[in-house]
Design a protein around this ligand. Structure first.
Ligand SMILES: [Cu+2]
Length: 374
């Protein structure tokens, strides 16, 4: 099926499509890199700075790179972990440093892929700031990278979400500042041409802009994202795999994975909870193409913050949620019954492409809620 669809496009046709797309995107990047950084920097915003009170309280938005180093850093964490809730009562001025790293990692057991990453993980780190914060984003691109990289954060109000100021060559560094105006759970991704390739290679993550009043407390928070990987060779072929342009355009990927690889949430890396606890999953889709029908087998989401909106009232008692590429959802659920709960995209064919993970709940049995009849 996949092969016949690919053959439907004569090679000359897709080469031309590729050339045209490259020209367009190259023009966009060229237009971008001539723009002077720091034009239109956000106005000064001071905060009470619970993270580093002495620094943040007195810190207006920096006027230039020289002032950035002294800023306190926003908390960030590698998947599936989430930085702790923010207990500050006011806004702060913070710095987020992200490094573009191209690195070969496991895509599945025995299968390797050269991922393009933020900070060496797929997805990139989860960043946590507060509504009203002034955030300086610094992007460095590790020396030796084969491509320029950048960032577009959907939490940004401003052209390209920051991409116009962060096209960063190998060995280089860029920065911009934005004001986190709207609370929500937002995807970020590399926005260097060809953008879908950079996303499919692993350059995406999420930033949580907490509402000023915070979120309802839960016992455990996890960070999970879905993406496709478009390899030339079929699913499961051992060794180092190569990216396939035609597959990206046609869209049926060989791999659909949570947190960057088959089995990222299995074995010794499962998500864990105990009965009686509440669990929150910050779930997003890097894509670049497929919408997820996110579902946890054996559970019902008590609260669903659809599309990552934290200001609309959450839906209650939901089985499966649609999450578009470049979109997110926050789901809360209590775990009452011990057992193994499976995270899936309920487009279930994708289980066989890797989209499966596990939450293990330990605790005393609850025969009043769930038991076999013999
Ligand atoms: Cu990139």
């Amino acid at each position: 099926m996949l092969e016949s669809k690919r053959r439907a496009h004569p090679r000359s046709t897709w080469v031309m499509r590729g050339a045209a797309a490259s020209l367009l995107l190259a023009a966009a990047v060229a237009a971008v890199v001539v723009t002077a950084p720091w034009q239109g920097a956000a106005p000064g915003g001071a905060g009470d700075g619970a993270i580093a009170p002495a620094q943040a309280a007195a810190a207006p938005a920096p006027r230039g790179l020289a002032e950035v180093e002294a800023l306190p850093t926003a908390p960030k964490s590698a998947p599936p972990h989430v930085p702790p809730p923010i207990d500050r009562k006011g806004p702060a001025t913070l710095r987020v440093d992200l490094e573009a790293v191209e690195t070969t990692m496991q895509l599945a057991d025995g299968v390797e892929y050269t991922f393009w990453t933020f900070d060496g993980t797929v997805p990139g780190p989860m960043i946590r700031v507060r509504e009203g914060d002034t955030v300086v984003v610094r992007v460095t691109n590790r020396d030796g990278s084969t491509a320029p990289h950048s960032i577009d954060l959907h939490a940004v109000t401003g052209t390209g979400g920051g991409a116009i100021y962060t096209q960063t060559m190998a060995g280089g560094a860029t920065a911009f500042v934005f004001k986190a105006l709207a609370p929500g759970l937002y995807v970020y991704h590399c926005a260097t041409a060809p953008i879908p390739m950079h996303i499919a290679n692993g350059m995406y993550g999420m930033i949580l802009v907490e509402p000023a009043d915070g979120l309802p407390p839960v016992d455990r928070e996890y960070y999970v994202m879905q993406q496709e990987v478009y390899t030339a060779a079929p699913y499961g072929q051992k060794g180092l795999q190569t990216f396939d342009w035609q597959a990206l355009w046609d869209e049926p990927p060989e791999y659909v994975v949570f947190n960057g690889r088959v089995g990222s949430l299995a074995g010794g890396s499962v998500l864990r909870a105990r009965t009686g606890e509440t669990v929150r999953i910050y779930f997003g889709v890097g894509g670049p193409n497929l919408t997820s029908s996110f579902h946890v087998i054996g559970e019902i989401f008590d609260r669903v913050y659809m599309l990552g909106s934290l200001t609309a009232p959450p839906l209650t008692d939901v089985q499966t949620v649609l999450v578009p590429p470049g979109g997110s959802v926050v789901v809360d659920f209590a775990v009452e019954v011990p057992g193994r709960y499976t995270l899936v995209d309920h487009a279930l064919g994708r289980i066989h492409k890797g989209a499966i993970g596990e939450l293990v709940v330990e605790g005393p049995e609850r025969p009043d809620l769930f038991r076999p009849l013999r």
